[in-house]
Design a protein around this ligand. Structure first.
Ligand SMILES: *Cc1c(COP(=O)(O)O)cnc(C)c1O
Length: 429
């Protein structure tokens, strides 16, 4: 497989863009080698600048759940373009979008549209702070909520000490207000709550975590968080940027039957264009300006072109319930097939999956939080990734990511992936 044009572009990009990419995971640092530059995509396939074809298992980290260049979404955008595509004034589509979101996600009574998942999460935390008049938040080790300062925090040295900055440029002052708990560990949350009585504004969590590889909440974990929040007047924020409109129409909240106070959305909600949203209980959302005193704004928020793509996507998902059964079936076939091959080849592995998301971890230990995810054989994962790429399967270039399936995957594609998987294991084990 020839990657010479991608190589040239990356060399050029590194002179002009920090690390050659506009978001770090794209750089292939975790798997070695050069990133491939994508030229186009259709359905389940992407094509790089050297005209290599790959079956796609990232799907823009989620948004392309219907496959690439979906015609219905393209048509909706084309129709919008005729009437211009940004006004900085209210438009009908924003009302339709809000209506659709509140219908699909019943815990959301009022919603504000923004431009990214990062923006949604940082705004939701600000609103929770404004509503409770408290300053601290609890987040979980290994969960990602975008790149706002408050989230780029690692655990401090003791269980109840405050966090420490996890990025240069984040101040200790900010880190003091973010407390870090362990995923699937209610006791770690209770300890923080007890040590910070009446100071915690919000607990923010990925209710199914996709940013340390896929990690599922154990039975009663989310309900336990719900109870702690209710008892202590804490706002429970579910970050459903990945899972919203994917694991069910109404995300994890519908699938597992637990309601958050605030929910953040992104990825699928824009149909592939930059859209995010946060929303929840009306009395909390009424704190947002101009209704209330928590400031949050955006020149391009509710952008007409982005709204038309998002509306086309959400309308389709809302009116086509068989999409979700379809995704379950594809996920089931792939993960069952992979497990079978793993057993046959004697791979030490853990496979976490739910619906159209899964991660194959290169460890035979259970993966239930960030620390257990770190037990993986990253060297072996890197070899596996490169081998799959050569066989025409484009995986997430890091062990600590989930894969995202689309309904465009055919039985033929699934067979191709499974063959590539078996051949790759033969090469690397
Ligand atoms: C992707 C992601 C974000 C950040 O969204 P951006 O649009 O990249 O800013 C936040 N939370 C979760 C769970 C995500 O997966």
């Amino acid at each position: 497989m020839n990657h010479s044009i991608s190589k040239e572009l990356f060399a050029q990009a590194q002179k002009l863009i920090p690390g050659g990419v506009n978001s770090p995971v794209r750089a292939f640092k975790a798997v070695g080698g050069n990133p491939i530059f994508i030229k186009k995509a259709k359905g389940a396939y992407i094509y790089d600048e050297d005209n290599n074809q790959y079956i796609e298992l990232i799907n823009s980290w989620g948004p392309m759940i219907l496959g690439h260049a979906n015609e219905m979404i393209a048509e909706a955008m084309q129709k919008t373009l005729e009437n211009s595509w940004s006004f900085g004034a209210p438009t009908r589509r924003e009302v339709e979008m809000a209506e659709l979101i509140t219908q699909m996600m019943p815990s959301i009574e009022k919603v504000r549209l923004v431009n990214s998942g990062t923006e949604a999460c940082l705004s939701a935390v600000r609103v929770a702070r404004g509503y409770t008049q408290r300053e601290k938040i609890i987040k979980f080790s290994g969960c990602y909520h975008g790149h706002a300062d408050s989230f780029l925090i690692a655990a401090g040295s003791g269980a109840i000490t405050f966090g420490t900055p996890d990025s240069l440029g984040v101040t200790q002052g900010v880190a003091n207000d973010t407390l870090i708990a362990n995923y699937n560990d209610l006791a770690s949350v209770q300890t923080l709550v007890d040590a910070n009585q009446n100071q915690i504004a919000a607990i923010i969590i990925e209710p199914v975590a996709g940013n340390m590889g896929l990690v599922l909440p154990e039975k009663d974990f989310l309900q336990g968080l719900r109870n702690i929040c209710d008892k202590n007047g804490i706002v429970l924020i579910f970050d459903e940027v990945m899972t919203g409109f994917r694991l069910a129409k109404g995300g994890v909240q519908e699938r597992l039957g637990i309601k958050a106070d605030l929910t953040t959305l992104g990825k699928i909600i824009g149909g592939g264009l930059p859209v995010g949203a946060y929303g929840g209980k009306a009395d909390i959302m009424n704190c947002v300006a101009p209704a209330g005193k928590v400031y949050q704004a955006g020149t391009l928020s509710g952008n007409p072109l982005a709204m038309s793509a998002g509306l086309a996507m959400l309308n389709y998902l809302n009116n086509t319930p068989e999409v979700y059964q379809n995704l379950e079936n594809i996920g089931e076939k792939l993960t069952q097939g992979i497990k079978k091959i793993n057993e046959k080849m004697g791979l030490n592995y853990t496979l976490n999956s739910i619906g159209s998301m899964f991660t194959l971890f290169f460890t035979d230990k259970k993966v239930f939080d960030f620390e257990s995810a770190l037990a993986c054989d990253l060297d072996l994962f890197g070899k596996y990734f490169q081998s799959m790429l050569k066989k025409g399967v484009y995986l997430a270039p890091s062990q600590f990511e989930s894969l995202f399936l689309s309904i465009a995957l055919s039985q033929e594609n699934i067979d191709h992936i499974l063959h590539a998987h078996e051949a790759s294991l033969k090469e690397i084990l």
